[in-house]
Design a protein around this ligand. Structure first.
Ligand SMILES: Cc1ncc(COP(=O)(O)O)c(C=O)c1O
Length: 431
């Protein structure tokens, strides 16, 4: 039985990660505090400081990326009801953080070539109440930073970069994480690197540092029982993932989820649109795991670049008739900004009938459901209208949710699996 092809079954959990987590389970005194948090903050500072002339950033670590965003938004001087511009086709936790900060999300459509905010639409959405624009770098595709920065400068608005899907390395100079007034990163389990949970906030403007520092002093540590469950995540996935094609593997992972051994990525309340106002510190144990991956970021990103290049070549070689924009014709579409030098978190391909193909692929032990399908505020269980999104408001974001078929690029995805996946999709496109 071959191992599953997947997005979400511990994509960054490998044997080394599992051994580190096992070692940490045996050292409970290192779960909450220890040297790893300071080392990770220094590592992120180096990563975000390299080759820039901008002022030295202040780095703080939080229990998750969504908490880092909440802290950033609460540091902005604003009145209740002030607005934050965010793209359609985003994650519910982003919208929840905006609302938890007492601000109003204003949804703006995406540019199908970048899956990021369309600057022309942003310009039209800016109002005297706009306090910040969130630039998402969806799946690691760089957002239109220059254009958004110009809009922000012209209107005295803050640019916050959502780098949850990307951690740039030194292979290619980029402004990602270095252009906005603030930027945040996620160390969640399926992000650029993983500490199972965690987030970093980078503040470049002196003016916001005190408000962030104050929140850091008030942040509470996660309960030890939660940290223990988080540390079980790499163990469970490394041991059970190869068995996913058999009922026993699926049943054991389902049991771990049902009994709460696995900490859910999203709680029921988060899916319903709320977020706790209390923020937490990043556990030292999670920082330890994330730091090990930060040390190998070039290797991880090179692997993602290799698969991005491979998918581009295979699609090209097959002469799939590619549409010039996503629409209802029967041709696949690739966002125009995807180039082979991008370390994508996942490779977005658009095909009509994407959901049908995903369902068919499951029978071949290929699992491409990642929560970013069939929704504008993801995952699909979220009621977007309850969060202020009006149906039809962002047509390109809606089409993206309907037609996307994302292909994995994570370090556990092999070249052979990528070829098998392309061949399987080809077969389904032809039927
Ligand atoms: C675009 C985006 N921003 C922010 C976040 C928040 O990251 P975290 O899961 O670490 O809270 C996520 C993921 O959940 C995301 O997909």
């Amino acid at each position: 039985m071959s191992p599953p092809i997947h997005h979400t079954f511990g994509p960054l959990a490998n044997t080394r990660h599992m051994l580190s987590a096992s070692g940490l389970i045996l050292r409970p005194w290192r779960w909450r505090s220890g040297p790893a948090t300071a080392a990770l903050a220094r590592g992120m500072e180096t990563c975000m400081n390299a080759a820039t002339s901008s002022p030295k950033p202040a780095v703080s670590l939080w229990g998750s990326g969504r908490e880092a965003l909440l802290v950033a938004l609460r540091a902005i001087p604003a009145q209740p009801g002030d607005e934050v511009i965010v793209q359609g086709y985003t994650c519910v936790v982003v919208v929840n953080a905006i609302r938890a900060a007492g601000l109003l999300p204003v949804f703006v459509d995406i540019d199908p070539d970048t899956l990021n905010l369309d600057p022309a639409e942003v310009e039209m959405a800016v109002s005297p109440k706009t306090r910040a624009i969130l630039c998402q770098h969806t799946f690691g595709i760089p957002g239109p930073l220059r254009e958004l920065k110009e809009i922000c400068d012209a209107h005295h608005i803050l640019l916050i970069e959502d780098c949850a899907h990307i951690l740039p390395d030194d292979a290619r100079p980029s402004g990602i994480g270095k252009t906005g007034h603030m930027a945040f990163f996620s160390f969640g389990r399926d992000k650029a690197i993983s500490g199972v949970t965690g987030g970093a906030l980078i503040v470049r403007e002196e003016a916001y540092r005190a408000a962030v520092q104050k929140q850091a002093e008030e942040a509470k540590p996660l309960p030890r029982s939660v940290i223990l469950r988080l540390l079980c995540y790499p163990l469970l996935y490394v041991l059970l993932r190869p068995l996913y094609g058999l009922w026993i593997g699926r049943a054991m992972l389902a049991l771990a989820g049902k009994t709460g051994v696995l900490v859910p990525i999203l709680t029921r309340r988060e899916k319903e649109g709320s977020m706790s106002p209390a923020v937490t510190t990043m556990p030292n144990a999670c920082a330890h795991l994330a730091l090990k991956q930060l040390h190998t970021i070039r290797t991880i990103n090179d692997h993602r670049r290799m698969l991005t290049r491979f998918y581009l070549e295979e699609i090209d070689r097959r002469e799939w008739r590619i549409a010039s924009k996503p629409d209802d014709t029967a041709h696949p579409y690739i966002p125009g900004r995807i180039t082979s030098d991008l370390p994508l978190q996942k490779f977005p391909l658009f095909v009509p009938g994407a959901e049908r193909i995903r369902q068919q692929l499951k029978k071949q032990n290929i699992h491409l459901h990642d929560g970013w399908t069939g929704c504008v505020i993801c995952p699909p269980a979220v009621d977007a209208s309850a969060l202020g999104y009006k149906d039809g408001q962002d047509p390109d974001a809606e089409l993206c949710g309907t037609q996307i078929l994302s292909l994995p690029t994570h370090p556990g995805m092999t070249h052979q699996q990528a070829l098998k996946l392309i061949e399987a999709i080809e077969q389904h496109l032809n039927t």
